[in-house]
Each structure stands twice: as C-alpha cells, then as structure tokens.
Design a protein around this ligand. Structure first.
Ligand code: ADP
Ligand code: ADP
Length: 238
C-alpha cells in the first residue's frame, strides 16, 4: 500500500518578477519500501517537492497523505511526531549542518531534539549506526573537514537513520561525490533499505544514478510531472 500519496500538490513562491510555480499540481503515490526516483534539470522543482513533503516548506495547495492521513492539516504536536518518521539526506551534509560538530554530535543531535534518551542509549545508537554505515569508530570525534566526501555522506546517512525513520527524501545525495564513491554510497543506501524496509524519494539530475537506484521514476519539468514510468520503459531503446 502507499505510504505517501501526493494529490494536486502546489508550491508557489512570490518573487519580484511574479508568482513562480515551483511545484505545479503534482500527484503520485509511493509504495512502502519502494524508491521513487525524481529526475529533471536544475530548477524544475525537485528539491522544493521534497521539502514540501517533509514540511520543511509549507505547501500552497493540495494534499499529502502519510499512511492515509493528510499531513498538510495536522497540528504541531502531531507534526513533530511525524518529523521523526520522515528525514532528509542532503548533497553535502555539512553544507547544511554545523561544521563545528563532531561525527558524534552530528549523529546524536536528532535524538537530543526528540528528547527522552539516556546518555547510554545515545552512545549505543551512535556506535551502532557508525557500524551500519561503515564509519570506523575511531572517527567518532572527527570534524567534517577531517573527512572525505564519502565519509561525510555516511555521517549524513547515519544522522538521518538515528530515529528509525520510515521515509527519507534523498536530495542529490551522491552528486558531490567521485563516481567510484557514488556506487559505494548507493549500495549502502540500498542495503539499508533492504534491512529496514525504508521508503526513499531519491532526487537527482543524473539519469545514470536514478537508473541504478530505482525502477520507478517521476520526471519533472518546470514544476510539473511530465512522466511517471518504470525506468525499463523510460530508457528503452527507441
Ligand atoms: P531543483 O531542485 O529541481 O533544482 P528547486 O526546487 O530548487 O529545483 O527550485 C525550483 C524553482 O523554485 C527554481 O526556479 C528556484 O529558483 C525556485 N525557488 C526555490 N526555492 C525558492 C524560494 N525560497 N524562493 C523563491 N524561489 C525559490
Ligand atoms: P538545491 O540545489 O538543494 O535546490 P539551491 O542552491 O537551489 O539548493 O537553493 C538553496 C536554498 O535557497 C534553498 O533553501 C532554496 O529554497 C533557496 N532558493 C533557491 N532559489 C531561490 C530563489 N530564487 N529565491 C530565494 N530562495 C531561493
């Protein structure tokens, strides 16, 4: 069944040159445990779509059903509960996170924000996740500038996983990485999905990446969904 169902979603920005239809009447569903690839050229609205679904941005109109419940309408308390189930992985975690936080602090921070965890529980979870994402434990007190891009992204993935989410928006998670490292990170993300049953929205401008990660692809152009197809069909020889 669909974990997420987006219905006629719109996100408009008011800009100096008028109203920008960043997401313009987009509808689709995502099955639990699936990866939905979202592709399209820069500026077509992929990030905005991901952020609106996560409530990092308010929608202008439309519905976002999470397990059947419209989450554009829920109160603050319910939303903070839902936030734990829905996470984001960025292109470079330390472009969006604090460069003065160590690996340990970065991974644990969502547990601090959620509250209710003991120091022992936090330590255990941080080390467990470092193992899961393939980060050597000796790096626990390292700072971002001491890590290469692949290891930084492993930290970003560990942070996203720390509260056991059900759904993750991955916003160009491998675009800043060398091609050889890209495959490692994509494989890691797939292994984690197999182990946990996580659902991903995987945003990328890179068709070879989306082909690798997902068989279900949504193509955006100027804020609109212009195609939703299986990659086999989308990439079939003419
Ligand atoms: P993509 O992720 O596909 O590159 P974005 O979702 O980042 O596209 O952007 C879609 C469009 O919305 C772009 O034209 C962008 O400039 C615009 N946009 C994004 N965020 C804002 C904002 N906060 N205010 C105004 N315009 C924005
Ligand atoms: P991304 O590549 O992840 O979409 P961008 O560099 O496009 O990131 O945007 C970075 C931030 O600036 C985002 O929070 C986005 O919403 C905002 N932004 C993007 N375009 C505009 C714009 N035209 N006006 C105002 N804010 C924007």
């Amino acid at each position: 069944s669909n974990i997420i169902e987006v219905q006629h979603l719109k996100k408009y920005f008011n800009t100096s040159s008028g109203t920008l239809h960043a997401v313009d009447d987009v509808s689709f569903g995502i099955e639990e445990g699936e990866t939905l690839g979202v592709v399209g050229e820069s500026g077509c609205g992929k990030s905005t779509l991901g952020r609106v679904i996560l409530h990092l941005l308010d929608s202008t109109d439309g519905k976002i059903l999470y397990r059947g419940e419209d989450i554009t309408q829920v109160d603050r308390e319910k939303m903070s509960e839902l936030r734990k189930s829905m996470q984001i992985i960025f292109q470079d975690p330390f472009a969006s996170l604090n460069p003065r936080m160590t690996v340990y602090q970065t991974i644990r921070e969502p547990m601090d924000i959620a509250g209710g965890f003991s120091k022992e529980e936090i330590d255990k979870r941080v080390y467990e996740l470092m193992d899961t994402v393939g980060l050597a434990r000796r790096l626990v007190n390292a700072y971002p500038h001491e890590l290469d891009g692949g290891r930084r992204q492993r930290v970003g993935i560990a942070r996203a996983l720390v509260l056991n989410p059900k759904f993750i928006v991955c916003d160009e998670p491998v675009s800043a990485l060398d091609v050889s490292i890209q495959a490692q990170i994509l494989n890691l993300m797939q292994d984690i999905q197999e182990a946990t049953g996580l659902t991903y929205i995987f945003i990328t401008h890179d068709l070879s990446v989306v082909k690798y990660i997902s068989n279900n692809i949504l193509v955006m152009y100027l804020g609109q969904m212009v195609e939703k197809a299986e990659s086999d069909a989308l990439f079939a020889a003419p």
